[in-house]
Design a protein around this ligand. Sequence first.
Ligand code: FES
Length: 505
Amino acid sequence: MTASVRITLRPLGAAFEVPRGSPLQEVLFPYGVEFPCGGRARCKGCRVRVLEGTLPVTAEQERILSPGELDAGWRLACHCRAEEDLTLELAQWEAAILSDESPFAFTPRSGLGIAIDVGTTTLVAQLLDLRTADVLAVATALNAQARHGADVMSRVGFAVNEKKQELLTALIRTQTGAMIGELLRKGKADPASLTDVVLVGNTVMHHLFCGIDCTPLSRYPFEPVRDGMEPFRAEDLGWSAGGSIRFLPCLGGFVGSDILAGILAVNLHRSDVPLCLIDLGTNGEIVIGSRGGLLCCSTAAGPAFEGARISMGMRAATGAIAEVEPGPGGGLACRTLGDVAPRGICGSGLVDAAAVLLRLGRITPGGRFTGREPSIMIADPVALTQTDIRELQLAKGAIAAGVRILLGKSGLAEGDIARVYLAGAFGNYVNTASAKTIGLVNFPPDRIVPSGNTALRGAKRALFDEPGAYDELASGVRHIALDSDGDFQDVYVEEMRFPTETGDR
Ligand code: FES
C-alpha cells in the first residue's frame, strides 16, 4: 500500500496527492472549501459527493445528512479522511475575490507599499509603487482562520470559548506575512524597498490580527476596549519585511477599519453634500454624512445575501442563478453564472427573484405566497420556499432599518442623500432597481453606485499618509449602537415588509 492517495476535485479539475489518512478538512481548505460551523457537523456547508472511491458514513453524518443525500454519495468533508484515491464533487466552488484597480488621488512618495484587506472569508493584498500608485502585484487567499468558523461570531466563539485566540492570531499573521513574500516575488521587488504596509478589516479581524482580547466582543454591549490604530514592526509579526506596518483604527462596535477605509475610498469625510456608504455583508455596516459629521452603525443582516440559509442558496459561483427577470407567459427568465444548468441561487439572484415575484403578485408586501404552493420554481430544480423569503426579509429589513435610524439621527431624509455607495461583492453585483423594489435600499436607483472593494481602495490611499493620519477621523465618527436604540426594533419590523407598488412601506 502506498503512503499517499490521489484526490481529484470536480468541477475545479484540481488533482493532487496527500498522505493516506489525511483529514479532508485540512486538504480541501486550500482549494476553496470552507467549513462554516468549524467542522462541528452542524451546517452541512462542507458537503462533498463521492464520485469515485469510498468515504465511510459516520454517526455524525447519519445525524445531519438525509438518507437520500447519503445514498447519493454526499458526505461531510469535516468528518472524513482520505484513505484511498478519491474523486469528489464539491458543493462549494472557489470564492470570487474582489480586488481593486480604480484610480485615486495621491501625493507621490518614494518606496513600495502593500495594502491588505483582511476579510473574514477572503484576503486581498496589493503591492504598489508609491511614486506612481501603480499596482505591481496582487495576491488573494481564503482566510486561513475560516476553517474555524465562517462568520465573525463563530470566530470570536472559537477564540474566547475554546481559548484559541493565540492560534487565530498566529494563523493570520503567518498568512499575511506569506502574502507579502508572494507579492514581493511576483513584483520582482527588493524587500528592503518596502516602506509601508496598511491593513484594514472588521473589528474582529482587527482584534485577532493585533492580538487584542476578543472577550468584550463576545457579550453585550459588544464594544471593544481598544480599537485604535495599531503599529507593528516586521519582527513583531514574524514577517521578513514590512517597514512601517499599521492596522487602521476601527469606528466602534462591529464597525471596523474596513469601513474607515471605505470612507477614504469614496471621500465621504470631505463631501459637501450628504452621502451614504453601505457594506452589504453578513454584518451590514453603514455610514451616513458629509464633512460636517459622520454617523455609523452595524446591523446583523445574516448570511442570506451570500446565499446561506436559503434552501437552494449558494455563493456567486458556477451554477448559481444570478439574474432573474420576467419571462414569457408570466414565467421567469434566469441567467446562471458560467452558463451551465442551474444548481442554486446566489444573493443577487435572490433579490431579483423576490422583486419579480412581487411585481407578478406571487408574493404579498408582507412576504406571503399568494398561491397555495409550498415553493415557487425559479428555474428547475431551483425553487424558493416561504422560509427563504422570510430570510431575505430579515436581511433586507436589518439594512434598511439601519439606514433609516442613521438618517433620523442625522436629521436627513432619503432624498437628501446625493449618492449611495454599495460596497463589497454582493453590493457590486446586485441589481439596484431590484434592490429598490424589495426595499433593501430605499433610494432612487440612479443615486446608487456599486463601488467594489472600497476597503482595499481606502487602504491603498492610506499608504500615502502618515501612520496616525486617521485617528482623528476615526474618533470623530459617531457610532450608533442599534441594539440599545429604543426605535430600532419597531423600525426593523416595519422594514421587513416589501414596499407596495406605489413605494409605500
Ligand atoms: S458540517 Fe459544518 S463544517 Fe462540516
